[in-house]
Design a protein around this ligand. Structure first.
Ligand SMILES: Nc1ncnc2c1ncn2[C@@H]1O[C@H](COP(=O)(O)OP(=O)(O)O)[C@@H](O)[C@H]1O
Ligand SMILES: [Mg+2]
Length: 247
């Protein structure tokens, strides 16, 4: 396991009473959550529940309208995505965002280089990650040739190449087949022990969520409606109602 200052200090990434409004629409309403290193937290809820917006606030992409974000004891609510990346908070996006003309390996190398690794070490690290992700045989191909399901795995590799303390994954299994979901579950479940980070996983596929998360936070219309273990959340009437209500 790669030791980071976070694993040694047991740092946390925290949303405290976070509210985010867009011109009258409250996308996130007084949400509290604290992500620890070494755990996998599931963030679920119907479309438009505010999941991505909350992740944006936890990664510097969105300044909360009110409430605060903390990394350890430091308030980081107004800091930039660049600052978050530099301080061990990495994320993936719902849609690829890879450099499409660049080889797959280099897409991961640039992330390692941006964290101060030399070219050779960055390449070795990228190859190690690609091996783990099951993409080593395609390392030299331009990222643009990959189907989007594989692109997602490169995105995970790129986030982990930053040696983060926390990695936030926005719907990594969306649109995947059962077999591809199994691969993603294996990858995600190995992240805490291999890399020492905490994982926040947004995902619609309940089999994936129930299979890898130790605890789950459920949002609906921006509000927390439930939280607990997969078993607790699954039988919570408020959760069942929220999903039924949204068809
Ligand atoms: N930049 C934005 N401007 C205006 N409204 C937004 C913006 N981002 C998200 N929203 C709205 O906020 C709500 C929550 O969106 P989002 O966080 O993307 O939901 P989820 O990821 O749970 O599907 C939605 O109603 C969405 O339309
Ligand atoms: Mg979303």
């Amino acid at each position: 396991m790669i030791k980071t200052s976070a694993t040694e200090n047991n740092i946390t990434l925290e949303a405290k009473e976070v509210t985010i409004q867009f011109e009258g629409l409250t996308a996130v309403e007084t949400v509290n959550e604290k992500l620890h290193t070494g755990e996998i937290l599931g963030l679920i809820g119907p479309n438009g529940a505010g999941k991505t917006t909350l992740v944006n606030a936890l990664t510097g992409f969105q300044i909360p309208t009110s409430g605060k974000v903390f990394l350890g004891k430091k308030e980081v609510s107004n800091l930039t995505p660049h600052w978050f990346r530099r301080h061990g908070v990495a994320r993936t996006f719902q849609a690829g965002r890879l450099f499409r003309e660049m080889p797959i390996s280099e897409n991961i190398e640039v992330a390692a280089i941006s964290m101060g690794l030399g070219r050779r070490k960055a390449h070795a690290h990228a190859m190690e990650l690609l091996e783990w992700l099951g993409l080593a045989d395609r390392a030299k191909l331009p990222a643009g040739v990959l189907p989007y399901t594989d692109e997602r795995r490169v995105g995970i590799g790129r986030a982990l190449a930053m040696k983060p303390s926390f990695v936030l994954l926005d719907e990594p299994a969306a649109g995947m087949s059962d077999l591809e979901c199994d691969e993603i579950m294996k990858i995600v479940s190995e992240i805490p022990s291999r890399f020492g980070c905490g994982v926040l996983l947004i995902e619609h596929n309940m089999r994936v969520i129930m299979g890898v998360c130790e605890r789950i936070h459920v949002l609906d219309s921006g509000k927390t409606i439930s939280r607990g273990t997969p078993q607790e959340v699954q039988k919570d009437p408020a959760v069942i109602q929220a999903y039924l209500g949204h068809g």
